[in-house]
Design a protein around this ligand. Structure first.
Ligand SMILES: Cc1ncc(COP(=O)(O)O)c(C=O)c1O
Length: 424
């Protein structure tokens, strides 16, 4: 039987809510804020960060050299011409069909700004990256979520999508492929069927993690359809997250529209220079993909050995059933390790683990094993051993001062310090 398509949430209609901060405060991403680091007595250099999904090899040396020789007194090229030309050669797409953004995040927002129209909803293939919803809410549009469920291994019912989405007459559809946080990677055929079924409605196909995908297929051919915007993130591919650089490929007309809405000099000179140098690397992405695949295989095996359920993922991260993700995140943080609690994706029982190097993955495994031992010995954690045996962390009651060690308690800060010495 086909699954019923239904709207999960209706968004706030008032932009006043956005500006008052009630929505902005819901933006939750990987990585740690300075505020949380301070609570734990850590600096960002002391945390082994599995909560972000960036290239574990770090930026290529050539990008670092380009940054070192940069003249910050010069304005960046507002048209990003050299970068667009380099991307054009790599992807065999005309430079006029490429827009560079301050991270792909800016391009998500520009797409919503360009394409949302009054009284028409937006469809988001969920659970997925929260920024799509933010970009839509900001404009006061209604959102329909086409949800995949854990019972289906988070794979969408594509037949249901093909039938259920067109009658909604959306103004825009967001599809992340491979999807964050589930790692589900739709085939070219599925994506093309969706694009054709909803035409002329625009589909934003976010390929931020496609560069790391196993069995990758090339989506640029889909640009023959004028209703697709393909997004890529160089911040992920070359670990340039602090510089912010991504790109969109679409029809010339759509690219002109996106660019016209962009603030001048949105992509700074450092981002342009580092991205240009990185793109000139011959086999950096291939090498990174091999390294990720090896470490992912190892980590998955180890997590399953400990007893966790791990979902198939084509991307550079794993979705792991943890029972109580906020609790497990805190316990790991006390050991100087950060994972992504998936509560903001609507999946509070899951964590997402970005793949890092083998050695770093081994630290994570070691920390999880230590938490398992402590869960038997430390009554303040109150994790029933039976839960641990099932590989799942559960609290017997909601988190409070009683059943969770206070994040800034001397004990927890002490643990974090010990962990730092051990891991780093
Ligand atoms: C699916 C997806 N798209 C886009 C982004 C944003 O990437 P960028 O750093 O290029 O803005 C992220 C970041 O986490 C993401 O997960």
């Amino acid at each position: 039987m086909q699954k019923v398509y239904f709207p999960r949430r209706t968004v706030l209609k008032s932009t006043a809510d956005w500006h008052s901060g009630s929505i902005a405060s819901q933006r939750i991403h990987g990585g740690l804020t300075e505020q949380e680091l301070r609570i734990h007595g850590l600096s960002c250099y002391e945390v082994l960060d599995f909560s972000v999904n960036i290239n574990p090899l770090g930026p290529p040396l050539s990008a670092m050299e380009a940054l070192a020789s940069l003249d910050p007194a010069r304005y960046p090229d507002p048209h990003n011409l050299r970068l667009r030309e380099a991307i054009s050669v790599l992807n065999q797409v005309p430079a006029e069909q490429i827009v560079i953004g301050n991270g792909s995040t800016e391009l998500i927002h520009l797409s919503a700004d360009l394409l949302l129209s009054d009284n028409r909803p937006v469809v988001i293939m969920a659970p997925t990256f929260g920024e799509y919803e933010c970009a839509v809410r900001k404009r006061g549009a209604e959102v329909h979520f086409f949800e995949a469920s854990c019972a289906d291994q988070f794979r969408w019912d594509m037949e249901g999508a093909l039938q259920g989405i067109p009658p909604l007459q959306p103004s825009l559809i967001f599809l992340c492929n491979p999807n964050n946080p589930t790692g589900v990677y739709l085939s070219r055929q599925d994506v093309e069927r969706l694009i054709s079924a909803v035409a002329p409605v625009m589909v934003v196909l976010d390929e931020s993690y496609a560069c790391f995908a196993e069995s990758r297929w090339v989506a640029t051919d889909l640009l023959v359809h004028s209703n697709v915007i393909i997004l890529r993130s160089l911040t992920k591919e070359y670990a340039l997250a602090g510089l912010r650089v991504g790109y969109a490929m679409a029809s010339e007309q759509t690219c002109r529209g996106l660019h016209s809405l962009q603030p001048s000099w949105s992509v700074n000179a450092a981002a342009q220079a580092a991205a240009l140098a990185a793109l000139d690397e011959d086999d950096y992405t291939d090498k990174s993909r091999r390294c990720i695949q090896e470490a992912k295989y190892y980590l998955r095996q180890e997590l399953e050995r400990i007893g966790f359920s791990v979902y198939d993922s084509a991307a550079n991260f794993l979705l792991v059933e943890a029972g109580d993700a906020p609790l497990l995140r805190i316990l790991l943080l006390q050991q100087g390790i950060c994972v992504r609690d998936c509560s903001s994706f609507g999946l509070p029982q899951y964590i997402r683990v970005g793949i890092r190097t083998m050695k770093e993955c081994a630290h994570l495994v070691e920390a999880l094993e230590e938490i398992s031992r402590a869960s038997f010995a430390d009554p303040c954690m109150r994790i029933p051993p039976s839960s641990w045996e099932a590989g799942i962390f559960r609290r017997s009651s909601p988190p409070n001062a009683e059943n969770l060690p206070a994040a800034d308690s001397p004990a927890s800060v002490d643990r974090a310090r010990t962990a730092r010495v051990r891991h780093l």
